[in-house]
Design a protein around this ligand. Structure first.
Ligand code: UDX
Length: 429
């Protein structure tokens, strides 16, 4: 099928590449000409495992092309995915002007029937607004449908998630749109959940809110574990083995970050408010997430007494492993809190240092992870990169002033670290 994907961000790029991989002819369009040039040169503007290879393969066999020419993209596709950014406004609402602008352009350029698919994460009822906008600007009365097809792609495993989905959610208004969407995803042979537009939009809000709630729930339990000397890892395992609860997203730590959960939660709380419901539960989820960071900083302070002129080594900056994404990373709030108390910060991350440099100008960045240990009074782990497990902790200990580890992601074994002579501080352990 001929498909255009408008927006070459994380979601748009992954969607374009994977739709091409499963056999469709895809035109990926973005108005950022520098980004498109980068992609045409075979480079990626983001780090996402496996994506570069799929893009190279699908471009070379002609299934995937990149352009800034939205007119050409719309004219040459039956299905147009809208995957443009919806950044948060100061009020917490997402900025939907990009979505509206694209809907208007589709209305202006479509030469025959089009299926317009909402892929960006947007508030419930946006599909209705897309329909209204296209109707208003569609001067030639061209026939079209609107569908909602939310993404559930985790950064760092977005390609895998696209090609092996638990389910594909499709919101449609009629059989014609349903048939087209079924054709698009048939090669994946995945369970399809077909609903009306608003239900599909709500599935996206509710999924992310539920996952964030799970993380805040386990973080709240970790606060209690600390008070009674229990181990959060054991508690999480004990509750997670109940299939009704499930063991995923029960890792306690310094809380969730990234460009989805914080933004989506805020938006959902706001949407609920506008619809007349005060979503107190989600407001508390947000608060617990903030508490997780402040408690971690307090723990470091309680261990080192004063932070002024103390050197703190940081391992891990990205909001989670396998990404270079620093947006809403818990590390930023934690490092800023430590800096404001006068600490000196030396930091390392396998992928995110280039992005981190732009938002953490007072931090000294180290090219090797071991270097954060030099004269450090404490090392804090803020992202659980696998490579940190393989570090020579014995050597690291020797480079530190005092061997203290604050493990914000509970990735190291307390006993192992204590046997090496470290003072180990975890979360809820
Ligand atoms: C999320 C959703 O998982 C995805 O379905 C959605 O469409 C986009 O948002 P992503 O933001 O890439 O994906 O990251 P995810 O893997 O969900 O992790 C989010 C945050 O939660 C990270 O900061 C992570 O460190 C944290 N987290 C996750 C925990 O603190 N504990 C856990 O048990 C799991």
């Amino acid at each position: 099928m001929d498909i255009s994907v408008i927006g070459a961000g994380y979601v748009g790029l992954t969607t374009s590449a994977c739709l091409a991989k499963i056999g469709h002819r895809v035109i990926c369009v973005d108005n950022d000409s520098a980004k498109i040039e980068t992609l045409i040169r075979g480079k990626l503007p983001i780090y996402e495992p496996g994506l570069k290879e799929i893009i190279a393969e699908t471009v070379s066999c002609g299934k995937l092309t990149f352009t800034t020419d939205i007119k050409r993209a719309i004219e040459n596709s039956i299905v147009c995915f809208i995957a443009v950014g919806t950044p948060p406004l100061e009020t917490g609402e997402p900025d939907l002007t990009n979505v509206e602008a694209v809907a208007r352009q589709i209305a202006g350029w479509m030469s025959g029937y089009r299926l317009i698919v909402e892929k960006s994460t947007v508030p419930v009822q946006t599909a209705k607004w897309i329909r209204t906008t296209v109707e208003r600007y569609n001067r030639n009365q061209v026939d079209f449908d609107v569908a909602c097809n939310p993404e559930f792609l985790r950064e760092g495993s977005a390609v895998y998630d696209f090609l092996h989905p638990d389910r594909i959610v499709i919101g449609v208004e009629n059989e014609r749109a349903r048939n087209l969407m079924e054709d698009i995803y048939r090669p994946l042979n995945a369970p399809l959940i077909i609903t009306d537009l608003a239900s599909a939009e709500l599935i996206k809000h509710a999924s992310n809110a539920f996952l964030a709630m799970k993380i805040s729930f386990i973080n709240a339990i970790s606060f209690i574990c600390e008070a009674v000397g229990a181990d959060i890892a054991e508690v999480a395992k004990g509750i997670g083995m109940d299939h009704r609860i499930g063991c995923q997203f029960l890792n306690a730590g310094i809380g969730y970050g990234g460009f989805c959960f914080p933004k989506d939660l805020k938006a959902f709380i706001r949407i609920a408010h506008e619809l007349g419901y005060d979503f107190r539960l989600l407001r508390e989820v947000e608060k617990i997430n903030e508490d997780a960071k402040t408690r971690f900083v307090r723990k470091i302070k309680n261990t080192l007494w004063n932070l002024k002129d103390k050197t703190i080594g940081i391992l891990g900056l990205s909001f989670k492993p396998n990404t270079d994404d620093m947006r809403f990373a818990p590390s930023v709030d934690i490092i800023n809190a430590l800096l404001s108390e006068g600490a000196l910060i030396r930091a390392y991350d396998p992928q995110a240092m280039e992005n981190a440099r732009k938002i953490l100008p007072k931090v000294e960045f180290c090219p090797e992870p071991e270097m954060v240990a030099d004269n450090a009074d404490l090392i804090a782990i803020l992202t659980e990169w696998d490579s940190f497990l393989k570090l020579d902790w014995e050597k690291i200990k020797k480079r530190m002033r005092i061997p203290i580890i604050a493990d914000g992601r509970n990735m190291l074994e307390r006993k192992f670290m204590e046997n090496l002579g470290f003072i180990y501080i975890g979360v809820g352990r």
